[in-house]
Design a protein. Structure first.
Length: 236
């Protein structure tokens, strides 16, 4: 049975991760609509004073983020703005939270960001401990609105290096909040973290009421994934 806790721990800040961060920012800042080549492995090795192995691992990370692809015999190419792949985001919420109007506004806000990116929001009701590795790593990030989530379940997300934001269910009862725009900010933050492989900057959330919002690093139609779609082998 595949289990997230059996996998490697999240990597620390290394030359590999710095290469990923720098190249990701450069690719995202490039205004070209169509795909364009990036430096060869030899050029990148010289630029970053890195071994070929490190550069290849960094390029694999960028490929996983949907920023680049490799064409045998031709080199590595970055996706332009019109062809860039954006992974789906997920909402892991308790049944009670899903009944509230505020969560529907958050969902609507998230969808307003994802729709132009041709990405979707998945509603998941399975514990992270039961997700398959393939399902978890296919996501760009997760919004958690479930106070009962355990530290072991959180560790599963961290082990997968999956960006996530955690919001207390108590937030949803505060009528004075603009939940639509909060949803937009959630989508923007998770999507950016997924694309650049950078940790979520907690200072971006400093204006939120931290007494009530606990945010952790870490097509317009909403898709719904039942437990079977995210269960590990042996749990189906």
């Amino acid at each position: 049975m595949s289990h997230p806790l059996d996998q490697d721990k999240p990597r620390k800040s290394t030359l590999r991760s710095r290469i990923v961060g720098i190249l990701a920012e450069e690719i995202l800042a490039n205004p070209q609509a169509q795909d364009f080549p990036i430096g060869s492995e030899s050029q990148l090795c010289q630029r970053f004073q890195a071994s070929r192995v490190t550069v290849r691992l960094a390029l694999s990370d960028l490929e996983h983020c949907g920023l680049v692809y490799r064409h045998h015999g031709r080199g590595t190419f970055a996706h332009g703005q019109s062809t860039r792949i954006h992974r789906d985001l997920a909402l892991l919420a308790s049944p009670d939270a899903l009944k509230l109007r505020s969560i529907l506004e958050i969902i609507r806000g998230i969808q307003s960001i994802l729709a132009p990116l041709r990405s979707s929001l998945l509603l998941i009701n399975a514990s992270p401990l039961d997700w398959t590795s393939e399902s978890a790593t296919s996501l760009g990030g997760v919004l958690i609105v479930q106070d009962s989530l355990t530290s072991r379940e959180i560790l599963s997300l961290e082990t997968w290096q999956l960006p996530f934001l955690r919001m207390s269910e108590r937030v949803l009862a505060r009528d004075e909040r603009d939940f639509f725009h909060l949803g937009r900010r959630v989508a923007e933050t998770l999507s950016h973290a997924a694309t650049t492989s950078k940790p979520i900057d907690q200072s971006e959330w400093s204006d939120l009421d931290q007494k009530h919002v606990d945010l952790h690093q870490g097509p317009l139609q909403t898709k719904s994934h039942d437990r079977q779609g995210f269960l590990s082998p042996g749990h189906k």
